[in-house]
Design a protein around this ligand. Structure first.
Ligand code: TYD
Length: 214
């Protein structure tokens, strides 16, 4: 399939929106079409970043102040980018990433970190790289939190922040779509897995596989 360089696609949204299940279904469809792809996640996605992950997602909400939290996320993101994402893209492999910088633009911003700090550190670690396409999974946070609580043990540092925080998370993701309109695509996460997979495929095909794709 002739798209060079391969696209970097991120999956964003609140807790329990079904992103992770959806990524696997989408990856299976890409493989079926003969497209090489790699599924990865943040925090994590490389050996070093996975070590940092437990520091970020486990423990009490107040374990870190928000700048420390963002520095940990940024260290893990840098390692992930250098060791996993960039080599895969350079080899022509599509990268599907469960959460990335937009999660910081929403969660760490809502926890009080200055937007300039977020952008300056990200610019340094990424050398200006942004995803090519971002799916924002939109869902009523009441439904999402209930789903997340039912499946998770230990990794609930952010879920502890409660429903009103997660309503703000939903709104902030919808705002982000306006800032990064060209690459952001909001999807209704209450749809069936099959319907969502079709929407994702249509979007990716239009952008990256059609002959006149830019
Ligand atoms: P994750 O395990 O992907 O949760 P989910 O299955 O709900 O997507 O992410 C763990 C938590 O880390 C999630 O609550 C959001 C938070 N997070 C941030 O606050 N900032 C970030 O930059 C990232 C990547 C995640």
């Amino acid at each position: 399939m002739g798209y060079q360089p391969a696209p970097f696609i991120t999956f964003e949204g609140g807790e329990g929106t079904g992103k992770s299940t959806q990524i696997r279904a989408f990856a299976a469809l890409l493989s079926h079409h003969g497209i090489p792809c790699l599924v990865t996640r943040e925090p994590g996605g490389s050996a070093g970043a996975e070590k940092i992950r437990s520091l970020i997602v486990e423990g009490d909400v107040g374990r870190w102040d928000v700048l420390t939290e963002y520095l940990l996320l940024s260290a893990s993101r840098r390692d992930h980018l250098v060791k996993t994402i960039k080599p895969a893209l350079a080899a022509g492999t599509w990268v599907l990433c469960d959460r990335y910088i937009d999660s910081s633009r929403v969660y760490q911003r809502l926890r009080g970190l200055d937007a300039h700090v977020i952008e300056e550190i990200y610019a340094q670690l990424s050398e200006g790289m942004e995803p090519d396409l971002t799916f924002i999974f939109d869902l009523d946070p009441g439904v999402g939190l209930a789903r997340a609580a039912a499946r998770r043990e230990g990794e609930d540092r952010f879920e502890q922040l409660g429903l009103s925080f997660h309503k703000e998370v939903r709104n902030a993701f919808l705002e982000l779509r306006k800032t990064f309109a060209a690459r952001c695509c909001v999807v209704d996460a209450s749809l069936s897995l099959k319907d969502l997979t079709e929407i994702l495929w249509h979007e990716a095909e239009t952008r990256f596989l059609k002959k006149d794709a830019v």
